[in-house]
Write a protein that binds this ligand. Sequence first.
Ligand SMILES: [Mg+2]
Length: 94
Amino acid sequence: MNKMNAEEIYKRAIQEKGVEHQRRIAIEEMAELTNALMKFDRGRTTVDDIIEEIADVTIMMQQLAIIYGKNAVALQIEYKTQRLKRRLDEHNAD
Ligand SMILES: [Mg+2]
């Protein structure tokens, strides 16, 4: 089997399983991460559980970015990260 990089694998998953299916899996994985975080407060999940769910969500977010526009998502991430920095700087200037 030839070695594929992560983006190639995600594109293949979207192509073979379909946009609707991958969108539904993304929603399911986000729910699983939400559950893991909620249960952590009550001692019913471990850090390892949360790490696994973060990985699942990250993989699905990469696929959603490919579906809806990877470059536009990257621009929004850059914009929002810089906005966060400005807000932190403003807060610390008080
Ligand atoms: Mg999961």
